[in-house]
Design a protein around this ligand. Structure first.
Ligand SMILES: [Zn+2]
Ligand SMILES: [Zn+2]
Length: 417
């Protein structure tokens, strides 16, 4: 069985050890993040106290909308559509609204840079070179160092793996990304600072009002930043691991306002999916997919990528087998492995058959047959699909029964004895 990489050995003892490995401080980014955080912490309460009467509602609304727009643009656009190519076609209105406006308000670097870093982050799952991960949560021995590094501190440094970064950056070279990258700095100043300043002055006719709205804007992008960073830190450190093939974890509670981190292990195991998780909990805890589906409904994105039912089953089976292997005695595993692999193959084949019927139904519906003839064919197909669906369910149950039997039966036998 393939080796797992979800618990790689730590690379560093302490954070200062990174200096010995070629890291240098990125003074511009480190200063910007530090200063804006200090301004946010100190100026926000002051702004709410000294804001013109009633203006606090506008400030709060501005912060929340800014955070939502910035976060959504990161999850929908920079992450799923650009980094992972979750849609074959993305229209210019989406590039403009999410890329040239929203992602600039998220204040996490240009989309091109962001996507390049994220592709490297996922590449570690295949290459195992976790020293390349731009925001690794596994580099250090202690939990708190891993958290601080992956969540925020990583952005304070120039990483030494420049070649890998520049290569990933060069690949993301479509026209919208290149232009967003070029215009990033002026847009950043306009949207995050000048716009709230001018609007605040216009609404309150005072410099204090202008500054208050700018402080609200800073609060908005800081919330958006932490929303994203939480996915890099928390969901790579805490949650359900159970056989996942990366350091990412699954969580089945609301992780962050847009739920991007809820099924992070599922996402890592099938990254180009426009969805973030499998099954009903994936639907429930993935608001970003609703936005992508809405964009598809409006014709603004086309050709959404998703794992087939068979691919999902394969990932789930692979995790179950890995989990079963580590939970059982090597000698017992050896006697069971072939049988479990057969049960897995039968489940996957039954799933494939059911999906083939689904595809056949879609083809039939797209044909211009006379209504009665179409109905007749669909009725026959419906009966065949029901048989295939039951077979798929039965094969899945047989696979899980096999795992259960291997793990639990010896205990029952010894208890009876
Ligand atoms: Zn991740
Ligand atoms: Zn991703």
């Amino acid at each position: 069985m393939k080796n797992h990489r979800n618990t790689p050995a730590p690379l560093f003892e302490r954070i200062r050890d990174v200096f010995k490995h070629g890291f240098t401080i990125d003074w511009v980014t480190a200063s910007f993040i530090s200063i804006t955080h200090v301004i946010c912490l100190i100026a926000t309460p002051v702004a709410y106290v000294y804001a013109p009467e009633g203006f606090w509602k506008i400030m709060l609304g501005w912060t929340l909308i800014h955070a939502l727009v910035g976060s959504l643009s990161t999850t929908v656009y920079s992450h799923r559509l650009v980094s992972h190519g979750a849609a074959k076609y993305v229209s210019w209105p989406v590039h403009i609204v999410f890329g040239f406006i929203g992602q600039v308000m998220a204040m996490q670097g240009s989309v091109r840079r962001w996507a390049a870093m994220h592709v490297i982050h996922h590449g570690v799952d295949r290459s195992g070179k976790h020293e390349l991960d731009p925001y690794s949560a596994t580099w250090f021995k202690s939990t708190w160092r891993n958290f601080v590094w992956s969540h925020m501190l990583t952005y304070f440094f120039h990483h030494p793996d420049t070649a890998a970064r520049e290569k990933a950056y060069a690949v993301k070279n479509s026209a919208p990304l290149v232009w967003q990258d070029k215009l990033y700095l002026p847009l950043l100043v306009i949207l995050n600072f000048l716009l709230p300043l001018v609007l605040g002055y216009f609404l309150t006719d005072s410099v204090v009002g202008a500054l208050c709205l700018m402080v609200a804007s800073i609060g908005g992008f800081i919330l958006a930043q932490h929303n994203t960073w939480t996915v890099n830190s928390v969901t790579h450190m805490w949650g359900v691991t159970k056989g996942a093939f990366s350091s990412a974890k699954n969580n089945y509670i609301w992780m962050g306002p847009l739920g991007e981190g809820n099924h992070h292990a599922d996402h890592h195991d099938f990254a180009r999916d426009y969805r973030n998780g499998f099954g009903w909990s994936g639907w429930l805890l993935d608001p970003t997919r609703y936005v992508i589906l809405m964009l598809r409904g409006l014709g603004l994105v086309k050709g959404l990528q998703r794992a087939t039912k068979r691919q999902e089953a394969e990932i789930i089976a692979r995790r179950e087998l890995y989990y079963a292997q580590v939970k059982t005695q090597p000698t017992r595993w050896e006697t069971w492995e072939a049988r479990l692999e057969t049960l897995k193959a039968e489940w996957l084949e039954a799933t494939h058959q059911w999906e083939a019927f689904k595809a056949k139904r879609m083809t039939l519906k797209s044909m211009s047959l006379p209504k009665f003839e179409l109905q007749e064919k669909l009725d026959v197909l419906k009966a065949e699909m029901e048989v295939a669906r039951r077979a798929m369910k039965a094969r899945k149950q047989a696979f899980f029964d096999g795992i259960h039997e291997m793990l639990v039966m010896p205990c029952q036998t010894s208890a009876q004895v």
